[in-house]
Write a protein that binds this ligand. Sequence first.
Ligand code: NAG
Ligand code: NAG
Ligand code: NAG
Ligand code: NAG
Length: 176
Amino acid sequence: MLIELFSLLLSVSVTMQVMQIDFERFEQLSGYDIYNSSLRVRKYNRTAVVINGTIELMVPLNESVMVSSDFFHSRLGNQQFNHYPAKFPTQNVCEFLQRFYEDYSEYCEHVVNLPRKGECPIAPRIIYVHNKPFPAKAVPPFFPTGLWKVQMAHTLNNIEIVRVEVIIKATHDLGI
Ligand SMILES: *[C@@H]1O[C@H](CO)[C@@H](O)[C@H](O)[C@H]1NC(C)=O
Ligand SMILES: *[C@@H]1O[C@H](CO)[C@@H](O)[C@H](O)[C@H]1NC(C)=O
Ligand SMILES: *[C@@H]1O[C@H](CO)[C@@H](O)[C@H](O)[C@H]1NC(C)=O
Ligand SMILES: *[C@@H]1O[C@H](CO)[C@@H](O)[C@H](O)[C@H]1NC(C)=O
């Protein structure tokens, strides 16, 4: 799920670009019997904000588990979020991960013990995220600035079983 959340943020991407994008907050909202996460956003040094910690997947995830997403945008960065009409196609968790690997495996550095390519069901495991800054290169130039809240959910038989939320801040990098 959190893996997918990463991939989701990244899949907004197409080209190389100079944006400053920082993690603001990560929070798991439900599904603690499925994921046990210690991920935290923290200031790494004077200029870098990173996400660090572990994601423990506690049960196997098979093709019956669907992944969906919701985007919210706060243009002024004041937490007044509006639902943003972007969506990724709802896919099952195995397809989602497969697509992620095809498109974004280059952004998996700093992340250890991801499921192997094509693994399905995805076996329980602990994934380690080591001080990972947001890969701003993955985001296109027209990406609107402000705060972005992205929520990702898992559903099983149309019942929501997990929801996580990440907030990132996008500003133009003035190259100073
Ligand atoms: C969740 O992970 C923490 C370590 O990050 C551990 O101390 C705790 O026991 C775990 N909780 C469950 C329910 O597995
Ligand atoms: C902060 O850490 C980042 C990521 O490791 C590094 O690229 C950058 O040079 C560091 N900045 C300072 C001021 O140490
Ligand atoms: C970063 O996460 C690792 C687990 O991947 C943990 O052992 C470490 O204490 C965390 N570092 C900080 C500064 O929170
Ligand atoms: C998929 O996982 C769900 C939830 O754990 C389980 O109820 C279901 O039987 C599994 N389906 C298959 C085909 O293994």
